[in-house]
Design a binder for this molecule. Sequence first.
Ligand SMILES: NC(=O)c1ccc[n+]([C@@H]2O[C@H](COP(=O)([O-])OP(=O)(O)OC[C@H]3O[C@@H](n4cnc5c(N)ncnc54)[C@H](OP(=O)(O)O)[C@@H]3O)[C@@H](O)[C@H]2O)c1
Length: 268
Amino acid sequence: MDLQLKGKRALVTGSNSGIGKGIAKMLADEGVSVVLHGRNAERLEAVRAEFAAAGRTVAAAQGDLSTDEGAAKVADAALAAFGGIDILVNNAGGGSEEKAVNWFDVALTEWLATYEKNVLAAARLIHRFAPTMKEQQWGRIIQIGSMAGTIPTSAQPDYGTAKAAMLNMTMSLSKNLKGSGVTVNMVTPGMIMTEGLVEFLTNFAAKRGWEGIDQAAEYVLKGTGQTVLRIGQPEDIAFAVTYLSSPRADFVNGVNMHLDGGGTANIY
Ligand SMILES: NC(=O)c1ccc[n+]([C@@H]2O[C@H](COP(=O)([O-])OP(=O)(O)OC[C@H]3O[C@@H](n4cnc5c(N)ncnc54)[C@H](OP(=O)(O)O)[C@@H]3O)[C@@H](O)[C@H]2O)c1
């Protein structure tokens, strides 16, 4: 099927690793000109060079989205790369850098930092790109959420509430852009195999004296309630983002797609 994405221009934030890299790769393979992004310049250049060598049309925009200046620098570079942005994927983000998980161990400064790099990072880029998308009467804004945003746990309150705020922002913006040709959706991943998850599973296994990460992965997987009994891959998320990016998804607006191996199959 032709997803009609050829010639579109995308910015995928946080695409120098993990899920974002998988999304950028798939969009580029569909003929999208992709602006890659990350804070770590070395890893960003490595991904850019790898993708360019494989014949993909890519550029790089480096910067910290936690500040107005950093986000403006990223947006300027993204616009300069291909003359505009039609698809914005707000994937950059994550939990506290301090890795504090206990509710009361998360300092208020960390709450702020987590909101800056998830909620405000997305809002900054939306402010920058949505007006032009509206003018051209076509655009896609896709936000990457987390199960922590919809299934609160007793830990990492900064992260769960930030992702919940991004979900609310997604729905609210989809209503504000009514009839504009710009759709706004969220994709919510379950447990996805990225460097961060490998690090988590390695620590989890080490604490229990387990060899490698397989036993830890099996243990953690059982706790998720998943009915698809494997850990997700970045491609699992990339397929959904690529579909939502396509003109074929014109009728899809204000949804939150849970891609979590069935971990949230519930009726409320
Ligand atoms: N992996 C999972 O199981 C999972 C599950 C649910 C949701 N998610 C969400 O999926 C997204 C991607 O996560 P991932 O697992 O692929 O993690 P990852 O490999 O650690 O990637 C995170 C990306 O975000 C960038 N980033 C972080 N803070 C930033 C900031 N202040 N400014 C600019 N860029 C920043 C990082 O850039 P640098 O490395 O260069 O700093 C990196 O490219 C995140 O929003 C995460 O919350 C992941």
